[in-house]
Ligand binder design. Structure first.
Ligand code: HPA
Length: 273
């Protein structure tokens, strides 16, 4: 069975569970941000483990389920719990759900994550619009035989983060009085946090945030011509910026602290998408 055939099998099962419900936007919820799923009206929940061929997530703070329903007046699906390469997955596996969404007819993708703040003039707890990314890791979700049905072998990444959606996010943040930073997200594979030297490297290369997710999904979405918008919650100053150790609890705590403005931002952006 090819990867695409597996994806189609997953999509077929999902269709059989949601009937005529047609989500317009898929939302990926990052560490500490999963509570947004509680805001979804008339939710229909599908556990990843019930979906044939679907991967299962292993991170504390990440559930493993799809939540279908209404948010900001739109029909959406949220991933509560995503996949990361540090769990042992290849990027091809990490983006499996995104490809499944495309096969389900979803053309819009909202990615969120928790990230370390590299920009020393910003603060832990700030939200950041991702306008571009850097991936030095050698894996790529589109490595291997191209899935011609989904997209071309070689594809553009200059509009990976949709410019009009970025403009919408800025408008919504301004109107709501939410400080929205914007900048470049740099992928590190984790699960170790970065070293101070790696964070200095990231800064020199032009990164404003470092994290362990999102980039594979954004690449796969570009491949398939989906419109993507992405936000980071800068949950901590990146390694070495402050004289203290990093830990996952801090990431979750900051996510909890800023969830109200994060949720308000996402909901309104979805409403006006
Ligand atoms: N580095 C990488 N990933 C992260 C961080 C970080 O400092 N914080 C939250 N996710």
């Amino acid at each position: 069975m090819t990867e695409l055939e597996k994806i189609k099998e997953s999509a077929q099962y999902i269709k059989s569970q949601i009937g005529s419900f047609k989500p317009e936007i898929a939302i990926v919820l990052g560490s500490g941000l999963g509570e947004l799923a509680d805001e979804i009206e008339n939710p229909v929940v599908l556990e990843y483990k019930k979906i044939p061929r679907f991967p299962v997530s292993t991170v504390p703070g990440h559930k493993g389920r799809l939540v279908f329903g209404k948010l900001g007046g739109k029909d959406i699906v949220a991933m509560q719990g995503r996949f990361h390469t540090y769990e042992g997955y290849m990027m091809r596996e990490v983006v499996y759900p995104i490809r499944t969404f495309k096969v389900l007819g979803i053309e819009n993708l909202l990615l969120t994550n928790a990230a370390g703040c590299v920009n020393a003039s910003w603060n832990a707890g700030d939200l950041m619009l991702i306008t571009d990314h850097i991936k030095l890791a050698s894996d790529n979700p589109c490595r291997g035989e191209n899935m011609d049905e989904l997209g071309p072998r070689f594809f553009d990444m200059s509009t990976a983060y949709d410019k009009s959606l970025c403009a919408l996010a800025r408008d919504v943040a301004r109107e709501k009085g939410i400080t929205l930073r914007e900048g470049v997200y740099m992928l590190f594979t984790g699960p170790s946090f970065e070293t101070p030297a790696e964070v200095r490297l990231a800064r020199i290369l032009g990164a404003d945030a470092v994290g362990m997710s999102t980039v594979p999904e954004a690449i796969a979405a570009s491949h398939m011509g989906m419109r993507t918008l992405a936000f980071s919650c800068l949950t901590n100053m990146a390694s070495g910026i402050l004289d203290r150790k990093l830990n996952h609890e801090e990431v979750l705590e900051t996510g909890e602290r800023v969830k109200d403005s994060f949720q308000a931002l996402v909901k309104e952006v979805v409403r006006r998408w």
